[in-house]
Design a protein around this ligand. Structure first.
Ligand SMILES: *Cc1c(COP(=O)(O)O)cnc(C)c1O
Length: 350
């Protein structure tokens, strides 16, 4: 670990001693609930007892415990948010002083890091990936002195490759800022998560989500794993009820069916392989980048034309051709078997 990492010195001064929102239920766990001005009756339109007239658990304890056993990360190292997007927002808010501080991204990468930085009026320093989509680590390390956070996405969106874990460790070892590794696609990856490093690297934050492999983008549940100290700060600055009751219930259920989730992941990976070989045979396809995720970055002879024609045929993909090193590339999510065959036959007909 970098010798002089000191979280307190990174945290914005106004947040160091912040007194978070407290409710009476932080002091008393059981009893008749006349403390929060909730409605004592169940909501209309529901046939069963839902408990939805009550505020959700602000500490999401049951869900945190379930994630803890599934991911093998201690509960005190786990923060949950309204999607990873909320965790990204809160991490920036925690350490970056608006109008003064900066963070680093490595384009081409996920767009929300920059959008969130822009919302907070935080400068974005860009250190692009090499043309083969690998990290330029010496540059990143050298320039880390000017930033509060480095966002690295592995497997990376939209390039679909993972970074070498030795290189990620080398960065963690040599910088004194926060290093956020976004593992949104880790369950599709052949590489292991960095979660075992959490105990030895207090500057590491790992983001994961239920939006991709768990098929639950609609419930908005993101996870941030980090040191106990970072997690305590995030818990303090979050909106008190940021993970709603329905999301907590559905996520808890999902962790009861992890075997089925694993089967789904394997079947998506098989479909990806098939889709890849079928795309490779099309004359309009120039290159398929090796994927470690549930999507393919595909270079076409005429990306813009193909994108438009697919849309006219009712098939929406993502045009990434204007992103650095992604000239001519469309990003295609692996769909169901039927969707993938329809995509291939449509591409053949164009
Ligand atoms: C899809 C995706 C996410 C998921 O964000 P949520 O807010 O959890 O839905 C996060 N990071 C990357 C890189 C993604 O592609």
């Amino acid at each position: 670990m970098a010798d002089s990492f000191n979280l307190l010195s990174l945290v914005r001064p106004n947040l160091r001693d912040l007194k978070p929102y407290r409710s009476a239920r932080d002091d008393f766990k059981e009893g008749m609930l006349l403390d929060a001005n909730e409605n004592p009756y169940e909501p209309f339109g529901e046939n069963e007892t839902t408990g939805l007239n009550r505020y959700p658990d602000p500490h999401f304890s049951a869900l945190r415990d379930a994630i803890s056993s599934y991911r093998n990360v201690k509960p005190e190292h786990i923060f949950l948010g309204n999607g990873s997007d909320e965790a990204i927002d809160l991490l920036i808010r925690l350490v970056c002083e608006p109008g003064k501080d900066a963070l680093m991204i490595t384009p081409p990468t996920y767009g929300m890091y920059k959008v969130s930085a822009d919302i907070h009026n935080v400068t974005v320093v860009e250190y692009p990936l090499k043309p083969d989509f690998s990290l330029d680590k010496s540059d990143i390390i050298e320039k880390s002195k000017d930033v509060k956070i480095i966002f690295l996405c592995s497997p990376n969106n939209p390039t679909s490759n993972s970074f070498d874990s030795k290189e990620l460790k080398e960065i963690l070892d040599n910088v004194n800022c926060l290093v956020v590794v976004d593992e949104a696609y880790i369950d599709f990856s052949s590489k292991a998560s960095l979660t075992p490093l959490l105990d030895s690297y207090p500057n590491l934050v790992i983001l994961q989500t239920l939006s991709k492999a768990f098929g639950l983008a609609g419930i908005r549940l993101g996870m941030a794993f980090g040191s106990e100290e970072i997690i305590q700060y995030l818990m303090k600055i979050k909106p008190p009820y940021n993970v709603n009751a329905l999301t907590q219930q559905i996520a808890l259920n999902a962790f009861k069916s992890v075997d089925k989730v694993a089967e789904r992941i394997s079947s998506i990976l098989e479909s990806r392989k098939k889709l890849e070989s079928e795309l490779a045979e099309l004359p309009s396809v120039l290159k398929i980048h090796p994927s470690d995720a549930n999507f393919l970055l595909v270079q076409f002879k005429d990306a813009d034309g193909t994108y438009q024609k697919l849309a006219k045929n009712g098939i929406i993909v993502r045009n990434r051709s204007n992103q650095l090193h992604c000239e001519g590339c469309l990003r295609i999510t692996v769909g169901t078997e039927e969707e993938n065959s329809e995509l291939i036959s449509t591409l053949k007909s164009l």
